[in-house]
Write a protein that binds this ligand. Structure first.
Ligand code: UDP
Ligand code: MG
Length: 325
């Protein structure tokens, strides 16, 4: 059996505190998979520096010069987790047969990588890492996450429950995936669209080993919103439905008013007028907002700007086709 080349792709943004702790852990796992003959000796741990402002890139460069199993690329500026991960995966597909994407903070259990690779050997091209429980989350986070997955499902978006961005993807899938040109990225919702045989493996998620989260509530909300509007046009349909219902209701209201007029009690009516105005303006504003969100998305997509720009690579990374040209 041919041993596949594995690239572990790890986006890093301002992670100088946690990298020195987790890098050796990744290395141990990689080496043990190599010695188990699961993967080729040409496998690498590839960090993607997402325009960090601290010493993250120099840490990565030092790791790469000390140990040939470490490599890295650096983006020209901070582009956010999803873009950084995409940049890493697109680079890795040039050198590897399989990739595993994982965060650099040690939250995801690296020991299930072996199980992921085993599933690849059994014929799966995508293996989703799924959290088996959410004990370490607050009640609020658990509740919002659950409701969000339900909402996504009801909008027709096919996502794997409790899976984030810890997954194995073969380079064949990545080559197909490179034809998805959109700039609004929600990778966990996009990979199921590619198809091919897939499965899930389960693990427990831990606390961050050091440093702090880059996903405050506002950023998580933005990603959640992108997830829906990038993959579903149902919200626009809901608005059409809402508009129909509201028109229907106002039709009855007009009848009520006309009857009132003939019965002679058209007195003031101030409150009902105002409440109707308030209600309708509310509905209109929400509708405009949702439509505006999609118009904004179209605007961003038509510009088709590059999703990431690689400014540097560590020298131990094999030359890709583009570099040779
Ligand atoms: N990250 C990134 N660019 C960013 C923000 C985060 O590459 O702009 C990386 C970060 O270094 C980490 C991963 O994305 O490896 C997940 O981020 P974090 O752990 O802060 O998020 P959380 O686990 O709290 O959702
Ligand atoms: Mg984290």
């Amino acid at each position: 059996m041919q041993k596949p080349i594995l690239y572990i792709v790890i986006p890093c943004y301002n992670e100088e505190q946690v990298l020195p702790i987790t890098a050796p852990m990744f290395l141990d796992t990689l080496k043990s998979m190599i010695s188990d003959e699961q993967i080729s000796d040409e496998s690498r741990i590839m960090f993607v520096n997402d325009g960090s402002k601290d010493k993250t890139w120099s840490t990565i460069q030092n790791l790469a010069s000390d140990n040939p199993y470490f490599a890295g690329i650096s983006l020209s500026r901070n582009r956010g987790h999803q873009n950084a991960l995409l940049g890493g995966l697109m680079e890795a597909k040039e050198h590897a047969d399989i990739t595993i994407s994982i965060d650099c903070d040690g939250q995801d259990d690296i020991h299930v990588m072996k199980e992921m690779v085993k599933q690849y050997h059994d014929g799966c091209e995508i293996v989703y890492g799924v959290r088996s429980k959410r004990d370490t989350d607050t009640f609020f986070k658990r509740f919002t996450a659950r409701s969000y997955y339900k909402l996504l499902k009801s909008m027709g978006v096919d996502v794997v429950y409790d899976h984030a961005d810890y997954r194995l993807v073969s380079s064949r899938v990545l080559r197909e995936f490179s034809n998805f040109k959109e700039v609004n990225l929600f990778l966990r919702g996009m990979f199921p669209l590619v198809g091919f045989k897939s499965t899930s493996v389960y693990y427990e998620r831990h606390e961050r080993l050091a440093g702090k989260s880059h996903y405050p509530f506002s950023k998580s909300m933005a990603l959640a919103f992108d997830g829906i509007t990038s993959l579903s046009i149902k919200p626009i349909r809901i608005i059409t439905g809402l508009g129909t219902i509201v028109s229907f209701l106002s039709f009855f209201m007009i009848i009520y008013i006309v009857i009132g007029y003939f019965l002679g009690n058209t007195t003031p009516g101030w409150a009902s007028t105002l409440s109707a105005i308030g209600f309708f303006s509310g509905v209109q504003l929400i509708s405009l907002g949702v439509i505006g969100e999609y118009v904004g998305k179209i605007y961003m997509e038509t510009k088709a700007r590059p999703r990431y720009i690689i400014s540097e690579k560590t020298s131990n990374l094999p030359k890709s086709q583009e570099d040779k040209d």
